[in-house]
Design a protein around this ligand. Structure first.
Ligand code: MC0
Ligand code: CO
Length: 139
């Protein structure tokens, strides 16, 4: 089942430069920063009620986020939806003819299982399915 919006990914050139706007100007709470090697990004999570903003800073020039910034500049990169049973959700999409970038889940930030849908399949929006690691609590 698709439950709610887990986070909004925002591509930034530098977390250090971008963070003060979210924490200082907007007054939101910084949660954690983490290197996600498999995606070649450093991420910072900022709590916004029940949702999060995920700042994505590329750690390699050929990473998806670096390519995105080069083509489109900084900005909203993806919408992550919380799901139960991610492998079933992926299969369901594939059966419905939706182009998934990941046909099985990968490890994302905080040990979550994640999978991306191609933006061409979802009106130009990169959608991430996100299944929380067993240890994580709800938000
Ligand atoms: C840490 C983790 C977590 O939350 O736990 C994360 O979020 S990691 C977040 C970072 N990881 C990822 O994004 C992994 C999944 N993404 C990818 O595999 C890639 O970025 C693709 C989405 C397949 C695009 O790669 P590709 O090499 O095809 O690049 P490309 O520049 O040629 O893009 C092909 C077409 O997709 C569009 N496109 C590219 N990135 C897009 C995005 N974020 N949102 C909407 N459209 C996008 C391009 O403008 C282009 O459209 P036109 O053809 O019209 O010009
Ligand atoms: Co994400």
């Amino acid at each position: 089942m698709i439950k709610d919006v887990n986070h909004i990914g925002v591509a930034v050139k530098s977390i250090e430069t971008a963070l003060p706007f979210y924490t200082g100007t907007l007054g939101l709470t910084f949660e954690a920063v983490e290197n996600v090697e498999s995606q070649r990004v450093r991420v910072a999570f900022i709590k916004a009620g029940n949702c999060k903003i995920e700042l994505l800073e590329p750690t390699s020039p050929d990473s998806p986020v670096a390519k995105f910034i080069e083509k489109r500049g900084e900005g909203i990169h993806h919408v992550a939806l919380s799901v139960d049973n991610i492998e079933d959700r992926i299969q369901d999409m594939i059966e419905k003819g939706i182009q998934m970038i990941d046909s099985t889940s990968r490890k994302g930030a905080g040990g979550a299982n994640i999978a991306f849908m191609h933006p061409k399949a979802s009106n130009g929006v990169l959608v991430e399915f996100c299944e929380k690691a067993a240890k994580q609590h709800d938000n």
